[in-house]
Design a binder for this molecule. Structure first.
Ligand code: NAP
Length: 313
């Protein structure tokens, strides 16, 4: 067995993403020791019951002491306060990262509280489900998924390479880009789809009750997949929209213009416009499957969690 990449990993926040990191890092022998901290005693106790780490602390400052890699796994709106709490207790030379779905605002919130002796390299694994909490940890969550790192131009290349090696060891493909570019790309690939899902499910639930029961009954015809996305964690997604405001508004503007074009096409009976768009979008779906980012299995590639090889670990 090869030596672990990091002697001690500290995870601050142990929900869906933190727990998945713990499981994958443990399985791969990627770190020597895992220290876990989270704000609520109930979540900390559950993480311990699940055996996600080696040592458990109510205070994040205690968890990060002596850690070689610290990953902050809390909602983006809380990342500044966490950085403030751990800043004075970080080991010189440690790598500090996060998993937040927005990067520019997280950098602004965390960087001022981190000592210059640590390497701050923000990150975002593009993997997740609608589930939350330590029980939602999945050992294979990052397998063949992308993890984006957004190091500052002044970041130490050796530290960036080491963090990339960590994510690769967890099964991810890694790419570096600027925080600004990340936020723009994610606004269209992740944030806007979630907003649309929240909106369509909200509209359906506002319909008077007779229609609503039909909506639920016949939900397999497309609506159901929106409900899965719209079941995502409310705190996390509130923070995403509050913290990626400019990029989301930019993409929403474009989306509304395109929706107006489709509205006009339907009103005018312009089948060519509809057909051309639907042909282009079908090709996009096929290319996503072709590059291995989803399966072409029926039922929208949903995993069957009743099968042991795919069940949660
Ligand atoms: P989660 O399952 O809800 O877990 C959240 C963790 O953060 C818990 O340990 C929770 O502590 C802690 N926390 C919540 N609010 C806090 C606060 N105000 N101050 C300090 N700690 C707080 O969330 P998650 O899905 O793992 O998401 C964590 C981060 O990963 C978010 O920044 C999110 O943007 C990012 N992310 C999520 C996904 C996804 O699909 N879920 C994918 C990629 C990245 P307690 O339980 O002890 O209260």
């Amino acid at each position: 067995m090869t030596d672990p990449l990091f002697g001690k990993l500290a995870l601050v926040g142990i929900g869906h993403i933190g727990a998945s990191i713990a499981l994958a890092a443990r399985r791969g022998g990627v770190v020597g020791e895992i220290a876990i901290s989270t704000r609520s005693p109930a979540t900390l106790a559950r993480a311990e019951e699940l055996g996600l780490g080696d040592v458990y602390f109510a205070d994040a400052a205690d968890a990060v002491r002596g850690a070689d890699l610290v990953i902050v796994c809390v909602p983006v709106g809380a990342s500044g306060d966490v950085a403030k709490a751990i800043g004075p207790h970080l080991k010189a030379g440690a790598i500090v990262s996060d998993v937040g779905s927005v990067k520019v605002s997280v950098v602004k919130a965390m960087a001022p509280h981190l000592p210059s002796a640590v390497h701050f390299i923000p990150g975002h694994p593009l993997a997740g489900t609608e589930h939350s909490g330590p029980d939602a940890g999945l050992v294979d969550l990052f397998q063949n998924r992308w993890c984006v790192l957004t190091p500052a131009e002044t970041a130490d290349p050796a530290a960036v390479e080491k963090l990339m090696a960590f994510w690769r060891a967890l099964g991810a493909n890694v790419e570096a880009m600027s925080a600004e570019h990340h936020d723009l790309v994610l606004a269209i690939t992740s944030h806007l789809p979630h907003l649309i899902a929240y909106n369509i499910v909200g509209t359906a639930s506002d319909l008077e009750s007779g229609i609503r029961s039909e909506v639920l009954k016949f939900s397999a015809s497309g609506f159901r997949d929106f409900t899965r996305i719209a079941a995502s964690d409310p705190t996390m997604w509130r923070d995403v929209f509050l913290n990626n405001k400019e990029a989301v508004l930019e993409m929403l503007g474009r989306f509304n213009e395109d929706l107006a074009t489709l509205t006009r096409a339907i009103r005018n009976g312009d089948g060519d416009t509809l057909f051309d768009l639907f042909t282009r979008t079908r090709a996009i779906r096929r290319s996503i499957v072709a590059i291995g980012q989803d399966t072409s299995a029926p039922d929208f590639g949903r995993r069957d969690h009743t099968k042991p090889d795919q069940a949660k670990t």
